[in-house]
Design a protein around this ligand. Structure first.
Ligand SMILES: [Mg+2]
Length: 432
């Protein structure tokens, strides 16, 4: 055993120059994050069935996070609170404290930064770390992972799961394999025994639609995807499929971004889980208009025009659908984005389920200064007037705040959480 260990470390030293073949990547995932922060601040919640969820008084709020006991009762993230209460009669409901979650997320990242300057966040509670260059100073991957796990627990009172591997996707797979409070190593040598038997849906970016398509060809495990004919994968899933296959084969080479890196903007999106289900087109239209305000504002401050609009809808049953459309001409006007999004929604949503969550995304972005393709059918005069109106709205808001000027239709209850931080991230919205 010790002979084997010496060999392993010996071979690592040969490549200790940060080449991409011999990277050491960690994925650190804070366990049941919102619930853990609440339980740390109020130890009475420990060992009980607890959910963190919006607006507990009106019990139409949504479950955002759950304790282990609540999970065992069958409660799932995204359920309505009254459904959760039916499953578990002693359920304790805690309102979310986002400022605390942001605070501990920052503190955890500060701990990771002691080991490397390559720290790439993925949501509030997950980060990738490239520690290839830190091994001489702090020890090998598993040693650093154990160190981080213990430090976060000691200093913050929170547990993390760490995956250690040679690429980002397998490190992420590792951190999901054993939790809470654990370290899982997937090396090149045990890729086939540890990763390949897992279902293909365990891979990051392998959502329900992709999983179903692969299943049609009998590809159900990560190993089956790794060994599948790449021409078949390309035909079925395109370049995204080939990317997934490279993850399964251990050939994925995506770098870990530096701390503070901001990716070039490819799309601007905003999504929300409503405080209760939307039951008709009028309610949906209001939420779309409200989301488009934010998207238009962000396009404006980044000097971008959208050439396409995507609409993601999550129904009451938590299934989601995605449709998109090209725009006739580039725009950053919230009312035009909202109109396009609502047209897409009306055309495609069948109302078999009331609507739980909506995300609008502006894509095919081009700089405002770039020459624009217009269309014969564009009402340029109207577009010009709306642009001027939007200029005025933006200047009033920049002086007196966002709430100073709004659409009359957005007054009253539009079923959106009022803190504006209840973002949902749906499959397909993640970039890489
Ligand atoms: Mg987590």
């Amino acid at each position: 055993m010790s002979y084997y260990t010496v060999l392993l470390f010996g071979s690592q030293d040969l490549f200790e120059r940060g080449d991409s073949l011999n990277r050491t990547i960690l994925h650190v995932d804070m366990n049941s994050y919102y619930y853990s922060v609440e339980a740390m601040r109020n130890p009475e919640l420990r060992g009980k069935a607890v959910i963190v969820g919006g607006s507990a008084e009106e019990h139409h709020g949504i479950v955002l996070a759950k304790s282990e006991l609540a999970k065992r009762a069958g409660i799932k993230t995204g359920m309505v609170i009254w459904e959760a209460q039916l499953l578990c009669k002693d359920l304790i409901i805690v309102r979310p404290n986002y400022d605390q979650y942001l605070k501990y997320s920052r503190l955890a990242r500060a701990i990771y930064a002691r080991y490397t300057d390559l720290v790439e966040p993925f949501g509030m509670d997950e980060c990738w770390l490239d520690v290839t260059g830190s091994r001489r100073l702090f020890g090998d991957g598993p040693t650093i992972a154990e160190d981080i796990r213990e430090t976060v627990k000691r200093e913050l009172g929170l547990t993390v799961s760490v995956g250690v591997s040679f690429c980002k996707s397998l490190a992420k797979l590792g951190s999901d394999m054993r939790k809470p409070d654990a370290v899982t190593v997937i090396s090149r040598d045990d890729l086939q025994t540890k990763a390949w038997p897992a279902p293909v849906s365990d891979l990051l970016y392998c959502g329900p639609a992709t999983t179903a398509k692969l299943a049609r060809y009998g590809i159900k495990t990560i190993g089956a995807l790794a060994q599948a004919d790449s021409e078949l994968i390309r035909r079925t899933l395109g370049v995204n499929g080939l990317y997934l296959q490279s993850c399964a084969q251990g050939n994925e080479k995506t770098p870990v971004a530096e701390i503070g890196y901001v990716a070039p903007i490819k799309s601007v999106g905003h999504g929300i889980t409503c405080v209760s289900d939307l039951r008709n087109a009028e309610e949906v239209n209001k939420v779309i208009l409200a989301l488009s305000q934010d998207i238009g504002h962000r396009l404006r401050i980044n000097g971008l025009l959208a050439g396409a609009v995507h609409v993601y809808v999550r129904g009451h049953n938590l299934a989601y659908s995605h449709t998109w459309d090209n725009l006739d001409y580039g725009t950053q006007l919230p009312c035009e984005l909202a109109k396009a999004a609502f047209d897409i929604f009306r055309r495609c949503y069948d109302w078999r389920q009331p609507v739980r969550a909506i995300t609008i995304q502006a894509g095919k972005l081009t700089p405002v200064a770039a020459p624009q393709q217009t269309t014969l059918f564009m009402d340029a005069a109207k577009h010009g007037k709306l642009s001027k109106l939007q200029d005025t709205i933006e200047s009033v808001r920049s002086r007196f705040g966002k709430a100073a000027l709004t659409y009359a239709s957005l007054l009253g209850d539009i079923k959106m959480p009022d803190d504006g931080r209840d973002m949902v991230q749906m499959p397909g919205l993640m970039y890489r």
